[in-house]
Design a protein around this ligand. Sequence first.
Ligand SMILES: O=C(O)CCC(=O)C(=O)O
Ligand SMILES: [Fe+2]
Length: 385
Amino acid sequence: MTNTEKVQDIFRPLYKRDRHLQAPEMCAEILDLRQAAQNNIGPPGYRIRVSRYYPTDSAISHAKSVFSSYIESAPESVAMKLQEALTEELENHYDPVQITVDELPGLVLIPELLPHAAQCAAVAEIVRDLVPDTRHRNNLDIHYSMGSGLSLFEKDKVLEPLAEPIYMGEDNKAEGCMIDASATRSELPASITPMPIAMVRMRKLRWITLGGQYNWTTKKYPTFTRGAEGFPEFPARMGSLFSEPVFPGLTPEAAIINFYSPGDTLSPHRDVAELCMADLVSVSIGCEAVFYAGMERYSGQQQQQGTEVLQPLQMLLRSGDAVVMGSNSRHAYHGVGKVWAKTCPDYLKSLDNFVIGDDEEHELWRRYGEWMANKRVNINVRQML
Ligand SMILES: O=C(O)CCC(=O)C(=O)O
Ligand SMILES: [Fe+2]
């Protein structure tokens, strides 16, 4: 049996179990980060440790000012109320903890890292600025014309197929993609027909790429030359959330923003296309999901490549939670088994509560909230060089 088959065998029962799991709380093997942060207890077979995430008070106040500047540059119609919400949230309490797991060295789980108001602003940045920017590729643009940019909330819009699909390179079946992640992520129909924007918004848009344009077909970056066409600068505003002091030691150069609807999964894989071993950082916004992470047996000194893959740790990720995969777990196998409908927090579902302005703006933010009610958005950031 190859290593890939072994890994597949280990993950498959988890996907199967969770597909029908009504609520994550019903499974004792799924680590609830918020509960664990309180009681220091991991799932059976794992030893967890809980400590403060930010090392100093000055790091916390620096992080608070990063969130505040991030919101300052949110759209004018919401900036003021979001800033008020942020101030209240941070004044009350902001001192996140980190959870580490003895069996998965290098994995750091940080429940509630991203404040609610920053999550709201991030959703807006994604739908208003990042998705429509044609420098950022998405899973549909090899088959559909993006025109002057994908505008998810434009009424009555229809995406037209391209005359010729864009050639994306041979699939080299890179190691680490067991069930082809690119296929499950794009879910394109066999024949390409015009697609109403509502369908794109509700289900079909699965990812966009920022900065270095990771190619899901070849499982490679097209270039490692900064500033080249396939490696534009990382969007500065989003980048501020993924740098010091929130994520020390990371220079954001590439990201995949994944969009999940209930029923979507992400097959187990390893992210190994980057040239450096800097942390991979992942922040989730919206509905709850179960995330699996497993790695080869850790001997205490070195990961033994090609040896036994341990039973993956299974954890519940909620809106605002972050996962850092660094050092020994940087190349761990991981995947998403289930996204639970109706688990999106209220502050995201009612984004229009933050609007000061005319009816049109209210209506637009109401629709963003309605969209989030059934979405999980995962921002997955990497350093390439
Ligand atoms: O959605 C997630 O939590 C993980 C996404 C992921 O692993 C990836 O984009 O490579
Ligand atoms: Fe990944």
